[in-house]
Design a binder for this molecule. Structure first.
Ligand SMILES: NC(=O)c1ccc[n+]([C@@H]2O[C@H](COP(=O)([O-])OP(=O)(O)OC[C@H]3O[C@@H](n4cnc5c(N)ncnc54)[C@H](OP(=O)(O)O)[C@@H]3O)[C@@H](O)[C@H]2O)c1
Length: 405
């Protein structure tokens, strides 16, 4: 409902926390498939109880019905946003989906919202919505996001690109960490997928032992490059296995991805890191309100999996680490599934994390390098969900709760 004045009764239930100086960013900026591959690996997930959208009480969601727009609903992230909206407690009165001239005029099966026509994107039409999810490029977001959101009658925009993540006036949000930053905001940035997945595990640890430095190595799926990335992996693998080609063709990735790993995601920066790697450093600091020089370093590698990003994370902590306390914190934290039973060969993997809302955490061990003040573990999360669509829909849920929608 546009112009919602039901300044929510629910403000008091904000779940954000600022424990251990992990204080979220300031709120002073306020006001201003083919259904992908979900079914492909579903047999691996049959023993996993599906979680609801969040561990929060669905009754806390504002009762205001909202009109939702998804721009890029034919892409990898956009499709998942529509799926998450189907499962969300958000009261969606109408779903509109927007695309380019490539898909405009066609229709998409949007689950409980029925067969929805793809409208050619238009700022004025998007502004008619209460909330608009952008699942398009950064350039597109730079061109249109503010025009959609500006003014009292603009829509709330939740952007999945990196366009606004480092703008100090725009909240960069993982709802479980700094969800209160959404209050009153009209434009929200969703974090980089690798960052969002890693922070789900890092945040509970920080609350317990206070992080001193973080080192991360990633193993990132082809779908991180969107639907075209998935298509290139699938087609390239088929061409090699059928004997049609010795080495797969590459247009999306810097080198052929099938039967290879590529230590290069996004552009190289002057300091030798890639932009994908620096996003982890910059965004961990901003989301958690850490100092600008807080040491976080990442090596990001593309691997020939279809979906879900994996991360080896090594932390040094200010306080000595208690492994059992760490395990308990992971168990209790919203959005995490503990998969740490090496005797039974249970640990996080892309095949089990795919299609799951929770981020898997396992291989938890005291660090041989940092001793009593260090921990090493492995994290896998479905980057199209926690690293994009799910996080974005959880942001909208948070905003419905705090009266910003
Ligand atoms: N893939 C990931 O794991 C991931 C994770 C986090 C964030 N992100 C970010 O999310 C955004 C979307 O990524 P993706 O992976 O979903 O990309 P994708 O699969 O390539 O999809 C791109 C979407 O953008 C739409 N689009 C392109 N030009 C348009 C225009 N002029 N007007 C309206 N719609 C237009 C396309 O619609 P048509 O089919 O109609 O052209 C398509 O639906 C990017 O900013 C990306 O960096 C991606």
């Amino acid at each position: 409902m546009k112009f919602s004045t039901t300044a929510s009764l629910l403000l008091a239930v904000s779940t954000a926390t600022t424990a251990f100086g992990f204080s979220p960013v300031s709120t002073s900026f306020v006001k201003q498939t083919n259904t992908i591959s979900n079914t492909r690996y579903s047999s691996f997930n049959t023993n996993i109880t599906p979680r609801t959208m969040s561990k929060r009480d669905a009754s806390l969601i504002s009762m205001n019905a909202v009109t939702v727009g998804v721009v890029g609903a034919t892409g990898a992230v956009g499709k998942e946003i529509v799926d998450c909206l189907n499962k969300s407690s958000l009261d969606v009165s109408k779903l509109r989906i927007f695309g380019s001239s490539r898909s405009a005029g066609s229709t998409r099966d949007a689950g409980k919202f029925g067969e929805v026509p793809v409208e050619l994107f238009d700022v004025a039409a998007a502004r008619e919505c209460d909330v608009v999810f952008l699942a398009v490029s950064g350039d597109f977001a730079l061109e249109h996001a503010k025009a959609i959101s500006e003014g009292d009658d603009g829509a709330v925009v939740i952007d999945n690109s990196s366009a606004f993540r480092y703008d100090k006036d725009i909240p960069l949000v993982v709802p479980e960490i700094n969800g209160e930053c959404t209050k009153g905001a009209k434009l929200i940035a969703n974090p980089n997928c690798t960052t969002a997945i890693g922070l789900m595990a890092l945040y509970p640890l920080h609350k317990l032992f206070k992080l001193k430095r973080v080192i991360m190595s990633t193993y990132q799926a082809a779908s991180g490059a969107g639907q075209p990335g998935m298509d290139e992996l699938q087609e390239g693998t088929r061409a090699v296995l059928s004997g049609e080609r010795e080495v797969a063709e590459n247009k999306i990735f810097a080198h052929p991805l099938p039967f290879n790993v590529i230590p290069h995601i996004d552009k190289f920066q002057e300091n030798g890191y890639t932009k994908e790697e620096m996003k982890v450093t910059w965004e961990c600091r901003k989301i958690c309100g850490l100092p600008d020089d807080f040491p976080v370093s990442c090596t990001a590698v593309r691997i020939p999996t279809y979906r879900a990003h994996s991360e080896t994370i090594i932390v040094e902590t200010e306080e000595p680490v208690d492994i059992e306390a760490a395990r308990k914190a992971f168990e209790e934290a919203p959005g995490i599934k503990l998969m740490d039973d090496t005797a039974n060969e249970i640990y996080p993997m892309p095949l089990t994390a795919t299609g799951q809302y929770d981020v898997e955490v396992g291989r938890i061990r005291k660090s041989l390098v940092f001793g009593d003040n260090g921990l090493e573990f492995f994290v896998v999360g479905d980057q199209l969900l926690r690293g994009a669509a799910l996080n974005a829909v959880l942001v909208a849920e948070e905003m419905a709760k705090n009266g910003s929608l």
